[in-house]
Design a protein around this ligand. Structure first.
Ligand SMILES: Cc1cc2nc3c(=O)[nH]c(=O)nc-3n(C[C@H](O)[C@H](O)[C@H](O)COP(=O)(O)OP(=O)(O)OC[C@H]3O[C@@H](n4cnc5c(N)ncnc54)[C@H](O)[C@@H]3O)c2cc1C
Length: 428
């Protein structure tokens, strides 16, 4: 509850705190339980005085405000597509009944929409955005407020379906401990962050996406001298800015020319999609990454790029299909980072990595998991292979003795096919 501008703003009032749960949709058990863990931790901090309701936020907040004779609802302003729509609906429902919605602060160090080119327009490329963003003064973290909490009237905790496959830790205290641990090793980040087998990154993404820690707090602790890391925080801010200004890009192409790219559909495409989701494509690093996602609810950033590229450019499926699967699995799901991480890889986003840049899953594995430890951890069928053969089991005598599946496609051939489709798009 520290560094929360909306809570600080509300601290001189009698407060009824509320969380509205609007459904789990098709989220994995890990993702559902990770939300529940965050909710329980927040509730503990609020001395078990958090109201929890399920349903449409506009209906639920209006009902609660009317029942409890509340004249103002306060929340942190949302900048993602669905959050903005939701808050507009809440504002309208409350306003019709003479209740105000006061939106305060944001979950970003610099509020989306505030970093502009000298001519006032938005940046569409990351590097100049970073320069302008890092020139801005980042406010100091807000202190933890004393709150005057009203006893709750409804505590309808959501019930997740299924059991998580991991031990879930969440909450502000855990986030601050994670930040403290990372601060001790931040010097190693520039080199370690790309190694998939080691824990070389901060693992702060869950806490950032659940609002358990504010980027102001992270930046104040780590400092701009650790520029490689701060630049990653800035990617999150950049994508939030792009999403805020282009809300349609949650699930539509940022570069609309790519709507006309030829993608595959039908039974074979569906089978390949299933193989990708389940980590059975026959490409070791892709499968390790997809199984890491399913088993832990998190995936290494390098692996996110490799698996996204594989879906789009080796299987010729649309980025939205992959993005929706990530959304259902990732406990750090963030609409802007996810959609624009996918669009970057697909070549249709901001700064797009050129469409003709096709990640080679074998070379990526050799470079970023040289000993094969990441693959060994998640793909036991390959654990018996040495660090060379593990990346190309098809060349090893006993490559398939552990029951590992054969490749669903031939990378070299699909790369050519991707380039052919790209050329056809450009020529039209
Ligand atoms: C296809 C794809 C989908 C992604 N989906 C998400 C998502 O749903 N949620 C999410 O938080 N990140 C997403 N990312 C970005 C990135 O993979 C994760 O933020 C990172 O792996 C989280 O681990 P960490 O906290 O240890 O990262 P660190 O390397 O320690 O970075 C610190 C923080 O910086 C931010 N960050 C780092 N890299 C990026 C990036 N490329 N884009 C935006 N922000 C970044 C995150 O908030 C992260 O917690 C996606 C990337 C790709 C390529």
């Amino acid at each position: 509850m520290s560094d929360n501008e909306a809570l600080s703003f509300a601290s001189d009032k009698q407060l009824l705190t509320v969380y509205v749960h609007s459904g789990f949709d098709d989220q994995s058990a890990n993702r559902q339980h990770s939300l529940l863990a965050s909710l329980k931790s927040l509730d503990t901090q609020l001395q078990q005085k958090l109201n929890i309701v399920s349903g449409d936020p506009a209906d639920q907040l209006l009902r609660l405000a009317q029942d409890q004779e509340i004249d103002q609802v306060i929340a942190t302003r949302a900048y993602d597509t669905e959050g903005m729509i939701e808050q507009a609906n809440v504002a309208e429902a409350l306003h019709k009944n003479s209740i105000t919605l006061k939106l305060v602060g944001s979950y970003y160090a610099i509020t989306p929409g505030e970093v502009n080119k000298p001519d006032g327009t938005a940046y569409k490329v990351y590097t100049p955005f970073w320069r302008a963003w890092s020139d801005k003064e980042i406010p100091s973290p807000f202190p933890t407020p004393e709150l005057k909490l009203i006893d709750p009237v409804i505590r309808d905790y959501p019930t997740p379906a299924g059991e998580p496959s991991i031990k879930i830790k969440a909450g502000e205290q855990y986030a601050l401990q994670t930040l403290g641990r990372f601060k001790e090793v931040v010097d190693t980040y520039p080199e370690a962050r790309d190694k998939m087998a080691v824990s070389g990154t901060s693992k702060l993404s869950h806490a950032l996406s659940h609002g358990e820690i504010h980027p102001r707090t992270v930046i104040a602790a780590i400092g701009f001298e650790n520029e490689v890391f701060i630049k990653e925080i800035c990617w999150r801010e950049f994508y939030a800015d792009v999403m805020f200004r282009n809300p349609h890009t949650l699930d539509e192409y940022f570069d609309s020319r790519f709507e006309n790219m030829q993608y595959d559909s039908g039974q074979l495409a569906d089978e390949r999609f299933e193989a990708w989701k389940n980590g059975n494509t026959g490409y070791p690093v892709v499968d390790a990454a997809m199984r890491q996602l399913r088993e832990t609810g998190w995936m290494h950033n390098r692996a996110r790029m490799i698996t996204a590229s594989f879906l789009i450019k080796d299987l010729h499926l649309e980025w939205q299909q992959g993005a929706r699967w990530f959304e259902s699995q990732l406990t750090d799901y963030d609409p802007a980072s996810n959609s624009h991480g996918w669009q970057w890889t697909a070549g249709c986003g901001t700064d797009a990595s050129p469409y003709f840049r096709v990640f080679n899953p074998i070379l990526q594995g050799k470079k970023f998991d040289p000993q094969g430890d990441y693959i060994r951890r998640y793909v036991p069928e390959l654990a018996h292979l040495d660090s060379h053969s593990i990346h190309e089991p098809w060349d090893a005598i006993d490559g398939y003795s552990g029951g590992y599946p054969e490749r669903v496609v031939d990378h070299a051939a699909e790369r050519e096919e991707t380039l052919r489709r790209y050329k056809a798009l450009k020529d039209n």
